[in-house]
Design a protein. Structure first.
Length: 298
């Protein structure tokens, strides 16, 4: 579903840009080019607003405060990472690389990849090759309905966990970006599955909600409101010690999940990443290496 939406939006924008160029070029090539670049400029500005709000919200957060140079660098990196993800990998390449469930166990632990809000399995394209090269069976889920309740994703994760466990004979590791980490916690609550997972790694997950959640009109977006009813109820329902299953990466330049420490889970192995933006975190070399090391760890 999200692939169809993103593909339709991108095609519409590209056609509008082409129409503007064809209409204005005879009168003024400069005006034609500048007008065609308006959608990209709007995207840059929206991103800049996110980073400005993030930096302001992080003033009183206990996480180390980012320098303005880091904020600008993270904004620039996130612009291009987001374009690659939302304009190419997710709309056009989400089925390009299939899940890998080898017919015979490799002896390595398997992985379930869980994407976040307004994403699909295309987010994880750069992960497939290193996971397969290391012998890790893996399944990347699609969480649908796209704007439904996070609780409805528990059965999707359950199916993927069963598939990976059957292929490996071992409880898998869940690697979750953003909302995917909350979906994993909802799965644990719904299926009491603590004994059936080895470890849950979260990247920029709004464990305590996020300041931006107040503006969402989607059900799952509202559930991620900062200290909102859903995230508070989720934490209260969790047994003591469950957080020890989690390793959580969080950043002082996360433009979607802020204040920064809301991506840390009390009682978990929380790891700070300096100067990395939200979508960028899923592909940051340091974070990917650390995740692969956690997957290999017994």
């Amino acid at each position: 579903m999200i692939a169809r939406w993103q593909k339709a939006i991108l095609i519409f924008v590209l056609l509008a840009m082409a129409a503007w160029l064809a209409w204005q070029w005879p009168q003024s090539p400069v005006a034609a080019v500048l007008g065609a670049l308006v959608p990209l400029c709007v995207f840059w500005c929206v991103m800049a607003v996110e980073f400005g709000l993030m930096h302001a919200a992080n003033r009183k957060d206990p996480a180390p405060r980012a320098r303005w140079g880091q904020v600008v660098a993270a904004w620039w990196a996130e612009v291009w990472v987001a374009l690659a993800v939302f304009c190419w990998r997710q709309p056009f390449r989400h089925q390009a690389v299939p899940d890998w469930l080898p017919p015979e166990p490799t002896g390595e632990r398997g992985v379930v990849l869980v994407h976040g809000f307004m994403c699909n399995r295309g987010l994880w394209l750069p992960w497939h090759a290193p996971l397969r090269a290391a012998g890790h069976a893996h399944v990347a889920v699609n969480l649908e309905p796209v704007m439904g309740s996070i609780d409805t994703y528990a059965d999707i994760i359950e199916k993927a966990v069963q598939q990976v466990t059957a292929a490996t004979g071992q409880p898998p590791v869940l690697v979750c970006h953003s909302m995917g980490g909350l979906a994993a916690r909802a799965w644990l609550r719904a299926h009491q599955a603590d004994a059936r997972v080895h470890r849950i790694l979260t990247l920029g997950t709004p464990h305590g909600g996020t300041w931006l959640g107040r503006f969402s009109r989607a059900v799952n977006g509202r559930q991620m409101s900062l200290a909102g009813d859903w995230v508070v109820a989720l934490q209260r329902a969790e047994p003591a010690g469950r957080a020890a299953l989690f390793t959580c990466w969080y950043s002082n330049c996360d433009n979607i999940v802020f204040p920064a420490s809301t991506a840390a889970l009390p009682g978990a192995d929380n790891r700070f990443v300096d100067g990395v933006a939200h979508v960028e975190m899923a592909f940051d070399p340091q974070v990917m290496r650390a995740c692969l090391a956690e997957i290999r760890r017994g």
